[in-house]
Design a protein around this ligand. Structure first.
Ligand code: 13P
Length: 251
């Protein structure tokens, strides 16, 4: 059966010393969270090594927020999957809407990035989600279906054991506007249906699907109570250990 996970996406926040302090605070507070709940923190590249030293050997797993679509070589400014793995990460986030929107992340690039992440022993948190215009035009199912299939059609049922999906409606990110639990569940169930068609019932049942978008301690319990919502990808609220752990206590 699939695992419940709460993952924090720090985005481009905190200096290195602040990030180390935040990781220590998360680790300390994590003692309250039942052992079966997965806890992941995704930090900027600069923070990975020092934060890995804080969380190594603990239940808190470490993630990057992105990785390169090339293996290695003359790609100034890029960070490869092998580098991320060697820094002590277990995961990388890929396809976050902010990367799709501001940095030209395409589904084609995401296929390459996902291949490299898996080949280097990283698990992937693959983000999908529609923007406000698409939601208002009633295209949210079609958008999420295309994003999901464009990438995952290139992978096998075995690969899916290393892939977590995060549904993040763009209109709910950092806006304070959460999707209602029913709106989120509707899409999560739809994604699980797509996985069943693509990979069969076992993979669909075993894949963790996270919700992201203005998730906080006050609304997490209602979201996590839904049968197809297996946890959250948390932005703003992950920058306070108490709020992040408060969300992880909401299952
Ligand atoms: P917020 O929780 O700040 O809305 O961000 C969600 C998100 O983008 C997580 O990846």
């Amino acid at each position: 059966m699939r695992k419940n996970i709460v993952a924090g996406n720090w985005k481009m926040n905190t200096t290195v010393p602040e990030g180390v302090e935040l990781a220590k605070a998360v680790l300390e507070a994590s003692a309250k969270v039942p052992a079966e709940v997965g806890l992941v923190i995704a930090t900027p590249f600069t923070h990975l090594c020092p934060v890995a030293a804080v969380v190594a050997g603990t239940r808190v797993e470490l993630s990057a927020e992105n990785c390169a679509d090339k293996e290695k070589g003359a790609y100034t400014g890029e960070v490869s999957a092998a580098m991320i793995k060697s820094a002590g990460c277990q995961y990388t986030i890929l396809g976050h809407s902010e990367r799709r929107q501001y940095y030209g992340e395409t589904d084609e690039k995401l296929v390459e990035k996902t291949k490299l992440a898996l080949a280097n022993g990283l698990k992937v948190i693959l983000c999908v989600g529609e923007n406000l215009e698409e939601r208002e035009a009633g295209k949210h199912f079609a958008v999420v279906e295309a994003q999901t299939k464009n990438v995952l059609s290139q992978f096998t049922a075995e690969d899916m054991a290393s892939i977590v999906i995060a549904y993040e409606p763009v209109w709910a990110i950092g806006t304070g506007k959460t999707a209602t639990a029913d709106q989120a569940e509707e899409i999560h169930a739809y994604i699980r249906g797509l996985l069943k068609d693509m990979f069969g019932a076992k993979v669909a049942d075993d894949t963790t699907i996270l919700y992201g978008g203005s998730c906080k301690p006050s609304n997490a319990a209602e979201l996590f109570a839904k049968s197809d919502i297996d946890g959250g990808l948390i932005g703003g609220a992950s920058l306070k250990a108490e709020d992040f752990i408060g969300i992880a206590l909401s299952f």
